[in-house]
Every structure is written in C-alpha cells, then in structure tokens.
Design a binder for this molecule. Sequence first.
Ligand code: HEC
Length: 227
Amino acid sequence: MNKFVLTFLSLTMALLSCTHKPELVNGAPPYITPPPPGANTICFETDVLPIFVSNCAKSGCHDAITREEGFQLDNYAGIMKGIKPNNAADSKHWELIISTSPGERMPPPPAAPLTVAQKDSIYKWIMQGAPNTTNCASACNTNNFTYSGAVAPILQSACTGCHSGSSPSAGINLTTYADVEKVASNGRLLGSIKHQSGYVPMPTGGKLSDCQITQISKWIDAGKLNN
Ligand code: HEC
C-alpha cells in the first residue's frame, strides 16, 4: 500500500470513530438529565449498589472470586476505584457504561447496556459527590404493590442483570410478567428473597429492603395480577 492510500484510510477511520463518539455534556450523553445544583437525591445503598451487583458483580465477572481486571463491584470501596466524585467524565466506570463501542462497553454484549434510568441514577450519584449513603429514607411504600409500579422496578433494579437474556442464571428469567408469575407461583421468588431455608438467598450478596419484600409478598397474596 502506498503512503497516499494509508493516509486516506487512517483519515477515514478517524472520521468514522468520531461519528461513534456521542456528544457529551459534563461527561454525560444528552439523554441524561443533569441533576439540579446541590441535589442530593440518589441513595447509594438502594439506587446505585443494586445496579452494580446485578449487572457487574456476576460470577465470572466482577464478583469477590473472579475480580476481573482487579475490580470487585459488590461494595462501595470496590466501586469507588473507578469513580471520581463530582466528575463523571473522568470516572472509568462511567466511561465504560456509556461507551457505544461493543468491545469496550460494560456490561459487555450479549448483556444489554444499562437502561437510561439506571445510567441516570449513576450519573446523578457521581455528580452529587458519590457518597456512601445507607439507611436512606426511602420512597418505598408498602401500599404500592402493583406489578408495574412496584414488583417490576424492583426486579429490574436488583435481579435482571443476572436473570435475563438467552442464558439467565438458574434458567430463571425475570423480565416479563409471564416469567415472574411462574417463579412467584412455585414459591421460589418469595423463598429466595426472604432467604428462607431450602432456597438460594437472592439477590446474591445482599437482601432487598423489608419494604420491598412486603411489596412483593402483597402482590403475590393479592393474586399476582398483571397490573
Ligand atoms: C449477580 C447475579 C444474580 C443476581 C443479582 C440475582 N440472582 Fe438469582 N440467581 C443467580 C444464580 C447464579 C442462581 C443459581 C444459584 C444456585 O443454584 O446456586 C440464582 C438463583 C435464583 C433463584 C432460584 C433459587 C432456588 O432456590 O430455587 C431465584 C428464584 C432467583 N435467583 C431470584 C432472584 C431474584 C428475585 C433476584 C433479585 C432480587 C436475583 N435472583 C438476583 C444469580 C443472581
């Protein structure tokens, strides 16, 4: 290949790679809502940690045993190794989460990228200083126990990182109503989240809040409606 062709090729590649980089505003793609100044609304323990546990700390990835690339992402200190408080643009985990390049993006394909709502929570948490907030006053209300308003969002946040896709953990998919209804009917859903003996405790390495467990119990007792 002569020099001319090489220059042309590298220019084209540079242009192509540029078009794949999203325009970032303060380190975030435009679909992320910037937090209002001084906001402190995201709770690490209930809003951020479950996203990392469910999507990153899987066995063979960033759990306590594998610690892929040295990162163990099931606890605050481990997660903070890739986070710069108030600076999403310089936070390694954030760069990988929003990357649009399949070889770089985390979690890697065939896992789906994090949802916009999940990215939004992580971005806001970083920009509010990435504090280790626990025991937060929560908006969880045991009188809300519909499938769409309570059950599905809990599972989406704490479970579907492992229980979705073409080979879900334990062969259990928790992304559609029909699938969840099945696991609720055979007792495994409640057995696992209540950490009852005879069931594997779920989510791995943690427990849902009492309020969340009550919401799911009430939904089951009320007939497991698709409401
Ligand atoms: C980090 C990955 C991961 C997360 C997060 C996770 N699970 Fe699991 N789950 C697994 C694995 C792996 C198994 C199989 C465990 C075994 O057989 O030892 C499993 C098994 C189960 C089982 C079968 C248990 C039994 O005893 O039959 C249920 C039900 C379940 N999970 C529900 C959930 C629910 C509900 C959540 C969220 C609250 C959740 N899981 C979060 C990985 C995960």
